[in-house]
Ligand binder design. Structure first.
Ligand code: HEC
Ligand code: HEC
Length: 321
């Protein structure tokens, strides 16, 4: 008798809870206040947005922009950092420490339409990733579950884009973690802006490293590398790291240096010649569908529509040498 009654009672109770919760805004639960609970299936329950239809974030979501952004098929990005009350990022050592409960959010927007929201968060158990795909009416987004695969999507105008798999997240963020101690790529000594420091999220004053080359053209190239290449090319010894493109060594590691590519031969950067520079070929030529050569396209993940700005920056730099 009791076992037959119980499911009904549980269902009735949950209807009651849902209707109560819905009637009062102040009682709304936000997953990010207690990340030990399972991740919600809907983005609206994560607790980033006060109003998800306009993507208006709660006041405690700190909006920020890294100094050197990653190109992703020309999509706009909205980034937010969440820290628990009075928690701060410890930037005193060379590896910055983010407190348990840190949630980092990046929403990709196509014109006015949100496409995907990516999360990186730190719980008692360690760092983890999530991705939510927005519904076509932009009313909410649904989480891709488990070890989700890559998901191709179509942007406005028929342009292609791919939602990265969990393994893709790890390829960029954990190759970085192996050398930097944290998987966070857009908050560190090279990436942190004065605005984020002023927002009071750090304990102490972090040491920031402005990126400057010997010339204007080189500065632009080094900044492009920080945003788009150093997640993998960071001098670590993992298979993804290969050579370092960090600002202090990028020129020395590329100009006149032979490639260690497993698929082709040549010099990474030949002064004055984009045609002969393996680095330029890998980013620009290899991104074309008709490219017949041996090199893998760079970056190997995250780009379906070639970055025209990158072509210009690399050309200007190589021709200036
Ligand atoms: C091609 C490499 C690459 C892949 C793949 C990738 N990311 Fe990132 N991600 C970056 C870089 C570089 C940044 C920092 C620069 C920026 O935000 O423009 C970043 C930033 C972020 C941020 C903001 C916090 C931070 O680290 O700066 C989040 C959240 C994030 N990524 C989540 C994810 C998730 C989740 C996945 C997988 C679904 C993923 N990323 C896949 C390279 C990558
Ligand atoms: C997701 C990780 C990842 C990212 C991001 C990435 N690369 Fe690579 N890169 C690799 C791997 C793995 C290889 C080795 C492939 C091979 O054998 O050629 C490689 C090879 C290369 C090579 C040829 C190998 C060599 O020793 O010269 C060049 C040049 C290169 N990358 C440049 C770049 C540039 C420039 C960027 C940024 C636009 C970039 N890569 C972004 C992973 C990455």
């Amino acid at each position: 008798m009791l076992s037959w009654l119980l499911p009904w009672r549980v269902a009735a109770l949950s209807i009651l809870i849902v209707s109560c919760g819905g009637s009062s805004d102040s009682a709304e639960e936000r997953w990010l206040e207690d990340t030990s609970a399972p991740l919600p299936a809907r983005l609206s329950e994560v607790g980033i947005y006060q109003d998800i239809s306009t993507r208006t974030a709660y006041d405690d979501m700190i909006s920020y922009v890294p100094n050197h952004v990653l190109y992703s098929d020309g999509l706009e990005k909205e980034r937010h950092l969440y820290l628990r009350v009075s928690a701060t990022i410890d930037a005193s050592g060379s590896a910055w420490t983010f407190p348990i409960g840190t949630v980092l959010v990046k929403t990709f927007v196509d014109g006015d339409a949100p496409v995907e929201t990516r999360l990186i968060f730190r719980t008692e158990a360690g760092w983890d990733y999530a991705i939510y795909r927005w519904l076509s009416d932009a009313s909410d987004a649904e989480r891709l579950e488990g070890n989700w695969p890559e998901v191709p999507v179509i942007l406005t105008g028929g342009r292609p884009h791919t939602l990265p798999s969990r393994l893709d997240c790890r390829t960029c963020h954990e190759t970085h973690e192996a050398v930097a101690g944290v998987p966070v790529l857009g908050i560190g000594s090279l990436q942190t802006s004065a605005d984020l420091v002023a927002a009071g999220v750090f304990s102490g004053t972090p040491e920031l490293e402005p990126v400057e080359g010997r010339t204007e053209e080189e500065t632009a190239a080094l900044r492009y590398f920080v945003g788009n290449c150093t997640s993998c090319h960071n001098g670590g010894d993992s298979i993804n790291s290969a050579f370092s493109l960090y600002p202090d060594v990028a020129a020395a590691n590329t100009i006149g240096e032979p490639t260690e590519s497993e698929t082709g031969e040549g010099i990474r950067v030949v002064p004055g010649s984009t045609e002969q520079s393996v680095l330029y070929i890998s980013v620009v030529e290899a991104s074309k569908p008709e490219y017949p050569g041996p090199f893998k396209v760079m970056p190997p993940l995250g780009v379906d529509i070639a970055d025209e700005q990158a072509e210009l920056v690399l050309r200007n730099w190589i021709e200036s040498l």
